[in-house]
Ligand binder design. Structure first.
Ligand SMILES: [Fe+2]
Ligand SMILES: [Fe+2]
Length: 184
C-alpha cells in the first residue's frame, strides 16, 4: 500500500466544487452589499443626513457579518473561501430617496441570489448547506421589509419643507424597529 496515490483532497469533503463556487459568489455579493452601504453612509453623512448615515453604517457592519458567516462555513466544510475584491461602487446619489430605492432593489436581488443558492443546495442534495442557508432566508425577509419601509417613509411624510429632515429622523428609528427596540 505504501506506493498508493494519495486520495484527491475533494474526496475528503462532501462540499462539492459547484456549491463552493456558488457560496464564494455569495461571499462576494455580501461584501459588495457591505461596501455599498458604506459608500451610501458616507454620501448621507456628507449631505447632513446623520440618522440615515448611522443606519447605513450599522448595516454595512451587518453585511460584513453575513459575508463572514458564509466565509467561515465554506472553510469549516473543508473548502476554500475567497476573500473578495470590490470594484465599481456607486459613491454619489441624486437624492436621499434614490439611496433607499437603490438599497431596496439591491436587497431584492440578494433575496433572489439566496433563493438560487437554496435551490442549488437542494438539487445537489447538500442538506447541510441547505440548512445553513435557512438563516439567510429569514434574514432577507427582514432586510426587504426594512428597506421597503424606508422607501415608504418618503411617500408618507413627503419631501417638501421640513419633510426630508423628518424622513431622516424616521429612517434613524427603523433600526430600533428591526432590533427589538420598539413595539411592532
Ligand atoms: Fe446580507
Ligand atoms: Fe442586506
Amino acid at each position: 500500500m505504501g506506493d498508493s496515490k494519495k486520495s484527491n483532497v475533494t474526496l475528503k469533503r462532501s462540499l462539492t466544487d459547484a456549491m463552493q463556487e456558488a457560496l464564494n459568489a455569495q461571499i462576494l455579493m455580501e461584501a459588495r452589499s457591505s461596501y455599498s452601504y458604506l459608500a451610501a453612509a458616507s454620501w448621507c453623512e456628507k449631505e447632513g443626513y446623520e440618522h440615515s448615515a448611522q443606519y447605513l453604517y450599522t448595516h454595512a457592519n451587518e453585511e460584513r457579518e453575513h459575508m463572514l458567516k458564509i466565509f467561515r462555513y465554506v472553510n469549516e466544510a473543508g473548502g476554500h473561501a475567497i476573500a473578495p475584491s470590490i470594484t465599481n461602487l456607486k459613491y454619489k446619489y441624486d437624492s436621499l430617496r434614490q439611496v433607499f430605492e437603490h438599497i431596496l432593489e439591491h436587497e431584492i436581488s440578494v433575496t433572489h441570489a439566496i433563493n438560487e443558492l437554496v435551490d442549488s443546495s437542494f438539487s445537489l442534495k447538500d442538506f447541510a448547506t441547505f440548512q445553513f442557508l435557512q438563516w439567510f432566508v429569514t434574514e432577507q425577509r427582514e432586510e426587504e421589509k426594512l428597506s421597503r419601509r424606508a422607501v415608504e417613509i418618503f411617500d408618507i411624510i413627503g419631501e417638501k419643507g421640513q419633510g426630508l429632515w423628518l424622513i431622516d429622523k424616521e429612517i434613524g428609528r427603523l433600526d430600533q424597529l428591526a432590533h427589538g427596540g420598539g413595539a411592532k
